[in-house]
Structure formats: structure tokens, C-alpha cells
Ligand binder design. Structure first.
Ligand SMILES: [Zn+2]
Length: 487
């Protein structure tokens, strides 16, 4: 904080002289006064270099195809980290490994079968953190379908000994996720033997979406939207349903993993940093190309682009490839612990963990002064790419620990052309600004999120490079401001 103040005071004294004759009065934190004189030229170079490469896609495709799902504690994650590290060296960049202790949840074999009124395989994906079925054996029980927690309360006397199926309506990820997080806990209170939760997604093609669930003493798994709807119809008709459920899910002792840190040291203020990143771990059924190999590799690519052009920022730019975002966020927590002394020296922390489609801009959590400055910066340097918007206030899980301590934070935003909301929108091709605000909650990102369908084909080389360009320009230009972003 002290350093920000000193920087701005000396800067303002200089300005006082140059502006004393001027009629116009600019706010002290405006982009015009803060920007580096080469900002436009450098941004142009970064964008041009990004668009002439396929590096992020090719590397992400290799990594996801070769190592596959990368849940924390798995050998696949460690192999993917090793390979990533070697490739970073090939770019002539340094990479630091910061050890992180991560939880280790193992799915094991699992199945569910509807036994009546007909026999049918029920696709399931045990929820991360769930226990297995008791005594290593299948459990067989009748089913009670509820559409909400309110209905569970109303029918609590019918729950004992049953498998509770939640057939909740998807109202946006952050709203509907509560059924996945606490569905089992609430059902066990009334004597349920297991909980099956309709996949938290706006769309399904018999797709099961796993994800973290809060600890409960009964097993819980996701089922497809189609099966949840069918169970609901059966119950309405008065048809009794019986399901056989088997899950081997269990938790092993914590394992050691690591965050990877790639940075370019600042030329004038190396101790001051701009941080951004994504996470390397994924759920164990997903290749994790979208969530969040893309975010991690786009962050790395942003550093590679800056480095390859020989650009050196005034402040340090740092990409963090976090681990364990999905089931514990220990990577983010460890980063906070290891870098707590840098909080006052961190200009901004940006996370990219919402897909890497057409770049749109960033959300921002921080002061109005900083937001105004970023809005102007974005429009001037990234307006042409459609990636200079500042909207919303949210930030990602991995950086939440530093954000909660008052560091200005952002979340990288992209638009998915497959988003239903934009189906009839002439802006679908995103050829001309202004661009529609992304509705992340209903985005096609959640068609694939935490499923077997989260594979590299959902991303495009061009979109990944545009994301890397946008992230690089945001980071580089913020690192080159005269002062740290105002708190
Ligand atoms: Zn993620």
C-alpha cells in the first residue's frame, strides 16, 4: 500500500507541472495518464504474434489426448505437469514448482441399475468426495423423486430407506449446484440410503456431470437429465421404482503435487506482480480441455508470446498453473500462503476458468477508479479483438484467497458461440462490437463441464490464440502502468 502511495504521489507531482497549463482535468487514475507510451504498439505485436500461431491448441491437444483426466492425487496429473514443465523449458522460460498437498479421492468401479418397473442401466458418475455403498456391496432400495429441497421437506416422512432422486430444474450453475453440494447431506437427515442428483447442466445427451459434494454418510452420484425426468414421470404415474446402486468411491491419504509458476521478471519493479492463471487438474471422467487445461495453457501461452517478442514489462508478469481447483482448492490456498508477503505488491490477479472461446474481457472486483481505468485500457487495446470489456465482479476459486484480502481481481470472460441465449442474436458471429454480455450461467460451457465430453474438439486453435492474446495484453499493459492498480 505504501509503495502505491509513494508511486502515485511522485507521479502526481510531475503531472502537476505538465498539467498546470492544460485546461483539461483528467482524474489521477485515468488510463490516459497511467498508460505506457508503447502500449498500443506492443499490444498490436502481441495480437499479431498470437494469431499466427497454433501453439496453445497443439500443446493442449497433446496433453489432454496423452494424459487424459487429471484428478488431484493421480499419476496422470503428475505426468501432465512433468510434460508441461519440459515444454515450458523449450520456450526458453523458467518454471518454478511450488509444492502443494492435495486430497486423493478415488472413484473405483460403480454402476446403477433400475430393477423395476423395467430393467435398465442407469448412467451414473459418483460425486467427488462421496463414499461408496456400505460394506463394499450393492444396495437396493426404492426411489423417491423430489424436484426441490422444499419438496424434500414436505415429503420427509417418505424418505427413510429410500434412494432420493433430485430432479431439480437447471436455473444457472451457481444456483443449481446446491443440489450437488448438499443433496446427500439433506437426504441422509431423513434416513435416505443414497442420493442421485440430476446432472447440473442446461443440456444433456445422456451426459453425466460429476463434481464436488459435501461430505455425507450416504453415497451420492449424478444421473442424466433424461433419467431424472423419466423417474419423475414414473413417480407421477404411481409406478414404484427400485434401483440397485454400487459404488467403490473412497478417499486415500493426501498426496504431494505442485503449482507451476512461469514468469517474466519486471525491468523496473520486479517485486511488483501481475498474476494470472488457470488450473491443471480436472475431474477423473473428463479430459479437462475446457475445464481447465485451456485456461492453464492460455496463461502459459500469454507468457510465451510476451517472451517470444522480447518484450519486458516494468512489473513482473506471472502465470500460475494451479492444481486441485476441483476438489479442495489447495493449490490456490498454497499460492496464497507462499505469496502472502506480495499481496500489497500484486497489481491484479486474473483467473481463466470459464472456458476459452471468443475472448470478451474480464470481470473485475476492486475499486471504481481501477475499474474505470481498466475499462478505458480494454477499449483502447483490445476493443478490436472484442476482448476489452469489463463486466461483473466475480473472480475464480484459485485466486479467491488473495482476492478476499483486497487484491484487485478479475475473471477472464469468453463468449461461446453455441450459447442458446444467442441463437437468434445477430451478434452471434461477433464481427462487430458492441458484443452481448456473456451469460456464463447458461453457457454451452456447462454442456460439457465435468463430463466425458470435455475434450479438445470443443475448443478451436484460433479461439485459444485470441484468448492468449487478450490475456497477454491485459497482463502486459497492467504491468506497464505507472502505478499499481488503485485499491
Ligand atoms: Zn475449473
Amino acid at each position: 500500500m505504501t509503495m502505491v502511495w509513494v508511486c502515485c504521489i511522485s507521479f502526481l507531482l510531475q503531472l502537476q507541472i505538465s498539467l498546470s497549463m492544460a485546461v483539461i482535468q483528467l482524474p489521477s487514475h485515468s488510463w490516459e495518464l497511467q498508460k505506457d507510451q508503447n502500449a498500443k504498439k506492443d499490444s498490436h505485436s502481441i495480437i499479431e504474434a498470437a494469431l499466427s500461431s497454433n501453439s496453445a491448441y497443439n500443446r493442449l491437444a497433446y496433453m489432454t489426448d496423452t494424459f487424459g483426466p487429471r484428478l488431484s492425487g493421480s499419476i496422470a496429473l503428475e505426468k501432465a505437469l512433468n510434460w508441461t514443465k519440459e515444454e515450458i523449458f523449450k520456450d526458453g522460460l523458467e518454471v518454478q514448482e511450488e509444492p502443494v498437498k492435495v486430497p486423493c479421492w478415488v472413484r473405483g468401479h460403480e454402476y446403477a441399475t433400475l430393477r423395476s418397473p423395467r430393467v435398465k442401466d442407469v448412467r451414473i458418475a459418483g460425486l467427488g468426495g462421496s463414499i461408496g455403498t456400505p460394506n463394499g456391496k450393492p444396495l437396493i432400495a426404492r426411489v423417491l423423486v423430489v424436484s426441490s429441497f422444499d419438496e424434500l421437506e414436505t415429503r420427509k416422512n417418505e424418505v427413510k430407506g429410500r434412494i432420493v432422486v433430485y430432479n431439480e430444474i437447471f436455473e444457472g450453475y451457481s444456483t443449481t449446484i446446491k443440489y450437488r453440494l448438499t443433496g446427500a447431506q439433506r437426504a441422509e437427515k431423513y434416513g435416505a440410503v443414497a442420493a442421485l442428483v440430476r446432472s447440473v447442466s442446461p443440456f444433456g445427451l445422456q451426459t453425466v456431470h460429476t463434481g464436488y459434494t459435501n461430505a455425507a454418510s450416504i453415497p451420492s452420484a449424478a444421473i442424466t437429465k433424461e433419467d431424472a425426468l423419466m423417474f419423475s414421470r414414473m413417480q407421477e404415474r404411481g409406478q414404484e421404482m427400485e434401483i440397485e446402486l454400487y459404488m467403490e468411491a473412497h478417499t486415500l491419504p493426501d498426496q504431494m503435487s505442485r503449482n507451476l509458476i512461469i514468469e517474466i521478471k519486471g525491468s523496473e519493479k520486479p517485486e511488483e506482480v501481475v498474476v494470472f492463471g488457470g488450473h491443471m487438474d480436472s475431474w477423473d471422467i473428463a479430459d479437462g480441455a475446457m475445464d481447465d487445461g485451456g485456461g492453464a495453457y492460455v496463461s502459459w501461452e500469454a507468457i510465451r508470446l510476451i517472451h517470444s517478442l522480447g518484450l519486458v514489462p516494468k512489473r513482473t508478469v506471472r502465470a500460475v498453473l494451479f492444481v486441485n481447483e476441483e476438489n479442495g482448492a489447495m493449490g490456490g490456498q498454497q499460492y496464497y500462503t507462499d505469496h502472502v508477503h506480495e499481496l500489497n505488491l500484486t497489481s491484479i490477479a486474473i483467473e481463466t476458468d470459464e472456458g476459452n472461446f471468443s475472448p470478451y474481457g474480464i470481470s473485475f472486483s476492486g475499486s471504481h477508479k481501477a475499474r474505470n481505468l481498466l475499462t478505458d485500457l480494454g477499449q483502447e487495446l483490445l476493443g478490436q479483438l472484442g476482448a476489452g470489456n469489463v463486466s461483473g465482479e466475480d473472480y475464480g476459486t484459485d485466486i479467491s484467497y488473495v482476492c478476499e484480502k483486497g487484491v484487485p481481481c478479475g475473471s477472464f470472460k469468453t463468449l461461446d458461440p453455441r450459447v442458446g441465449n444467442y441463437a437468434n442474436n445477430p451478434c452471434l458471429e461477433f464481427s462487430n462490437p458492441p458484443y452481448p454480455e456473456p451469460d456464463m450461467e447458461m453457457s454451452a460451457y456447462f454442456w460439457y463441464h465435468h463430463t466425458e465430453a470435455d475434450t479438445i474438439d470443443k475448443l478451436s486453435p484460433e479461439q485459444l490464440q485470441r484468448c492468449a492474446a487478450a490475456l497477454a495484453v491485459w497482463a502486459f499493459s497492467i504491468a506497464n502502468l505507472r502505478c499499481l492498480l488503485p485499491r
